[in-house]
Design a protein around this ligand. Structure first.
Ligand code: GLU
Length: 467
């Protein structure tokens, strides 16, 4: 048997953290067992589905690297098939036309509520004969009245739901369009999905889906329902809690690997290991190890992980993602050092790629002004003289190389009998615009001779003009 999982988002918004985790767990499960992972876009709600949202989902999947073996399939392309199955259920007596009006149903509901009963359809039309064409009708599934459905949930264990709890759900609306539970069942059956891994907000649908599948004589998939993700305040994670769209994490400077690592630990653990390569996630992932209870989204931990990934990943990989941010800043990469060298210089001090990009602009582009505090502290008449001399010494450097340049600074401070900081700090402000940068020798070698000399000159002029 080939393991087949699917991710089945409704395109009514962006790809959010909860959806991405569902996608990841489904993907990991398929990858672990050499199976198939399917992407299915559940776009039958024509009013709420948008192309923009489809694009956001596809973009999110791609950025996360969650590749699919089949799809994207669109449910709106399967309407004929849904019709066929609905007809089949009617023909075999497992579905029926229901003519009850909205008002009637509303009244029934009010009565049931007044009697402290669970509101449910009373089966009034269940035993009517042939279709009465003069009346508008929905189609309902004839749910078994006796017995119980057992979900052997791979996360939560066995869940038993009595059929008495389930009423006859609508599978086709009055306009003939199929409803969610019907379309999911048909596609899971047709796509031979073996493992339905999804959020536990769907758990109430599962016994209904099992009954429909059984009526169709289909092989039942196994189910694994993932616990909710909560915000720090204990409420279900939502926009209110800040970044929840996957692409927003990209925009804020997270690496996709760091986000995946964060997501895998949201409700799943393997001993007390925190950092997993993709290969390790695939190797260790088991639905058995998914927590039963909800997990809480923790931004600080994600930030910590991101820093770990920035520091420890292959710099070329980090550079590839950094280049997107540099591009966002409108910087010409040809105007400065190789990005991979910038990553090596900046990775210890950058928790996000946005931080790294912003702290690296001066390698490529002249800055507009000096950081006020840094200039005030380091730019005085004495500093102008030191910088002017330093410029002369740097001009003589036979090769532009970190260690030799560092030696120039040491020699100058010795010959002037001043501390090294008296030379290096004004220099730093002169070439970076602020008092923060990687080690001075690295900064100098990344910046290059031409920019360094020009910026020292600019600083000397600035100091003399302002002091
Ligand atoms: N389309 C449903 C949703 O986005 C998921 C259906 C499923 O996974 O069965 O919530």
């Amino acid at each position: 048997m080939t393991i087949t999982t699917r991710f089945a988002p409704s395109p009514t918004g962006y790809l959010h953290v909860g959806g991405a985790r569902t996608a990841l767990f489904s993907w990991l499960y398929a990858r672990k067992y050499g199976g198939q992972f399917i992407l299915r876009i559940e776009d039958t709600d024509l009013e709420r589905s948008t192309q923009e949202s489809v694009n956001a989902i596809l973009e999110g999947m791609e950025w996360l690297g969650l590749d699919y073996d089949a799809g994207p399939f669109y449910q709106t392309h399967h309407f004929d098939r849904y019709k066929e199955i609905i007809q089949q259920l009617l023909d075999q007596g497992d579905a029926y036309y229901c003519y009850c009006s909205k008002d009637e149903l509303e009244q029934l509901r009010t009565e049931q509520m007044a009697n402290k009963e669970k509101p449910r359809y009373n089966g009034k039309c269940r035993h009517l004969g042939a279709r009465d064409e003069s009346k508008e009708a929905v189609i309902r599934f004839k749910n078994p009245v006796d017995g119980a459905v057992t979900i052997h949930d791979l996360v939560k264990g066995d869940i038993v739901v009595g059929n008495k709890e389930l009423d006859d759900l609508i599978i086709a609306r009055a306009d003939g369009t199929p409803t969610y539970n019907l379309t999911v069942v048909v596609d899971d059956m047709d796509m031979k999905v073996t493992h339905v891994i999804r959020g536990d907000d769907h758990i109430n649908n599962t016994p209904r889906q099992i009954n429909i599948l059984a009526a169709l004589g289909a092989q039942l998939p196994l189910y694994g329902h993932l616990p909710m993700i909560l915000g720090p305040d204990g409420a279900r994670l939502s926009k209110r809690h800040g970044a929840v769209s996957v692409m927003q994490f990209r925009d804020e400077g997270y690496l996709p690997d760091a986000l995946l690592n964060y997501l895998v630990r949201l409700g799943w653990s393997h001993g007390d290991q925190e950092i997993f390569t993709i290969a390790e996630m695939i190797q260790y992932f088991e639905l058995d190890d998914v927590n039963v209870s909800a997990s809480t989204f923790n931004m600080e931990k994600l930030l910590w992980l991101n820093h770990q990934y920035i520091m420890n990943s292959d710099p070329a990989h980090v550079a590839k993602h950094l280049s997107w941010h540099i591009g966002q800043l409108g910087i010409d990469l040809a105007a400065g050092p190789a990005l991979v060298d910038v990553v090596k210089a900046q990775r210890e001090r950058s928790k996000t790629l946005v931080e790294m990009a912003n702290a690296s602009i001066y390698f490529y582009k002249e800055f507009d002004s000096y950081d006020e505090k840094a200039a005030k502290k380091n730019f005085n008449v004495e500093a102008a003289d030191i910088l002017a001399q330093l410029r002369v010494e740097f001009g003589k450097a036979p090769v532009w190389e970190g260690e030799a340049l560092h030696q120039v600074i040491v020699d100058l401070s010795e010959s002037l009998s001043v501390g090294m900081g008296k030379v290096a700090q004004p220099l730093r402000v002169a070439i970076c615009g602020s008092a923060v940068s990687p080690a001075i020798d690295i900064t100098l070698s990344l910046l290059g001779r031409e920019k360094t000399l020009a910026r020292i000159e600019r600083a000397v002029d600035y100091i003399r003009a302002t002091n």
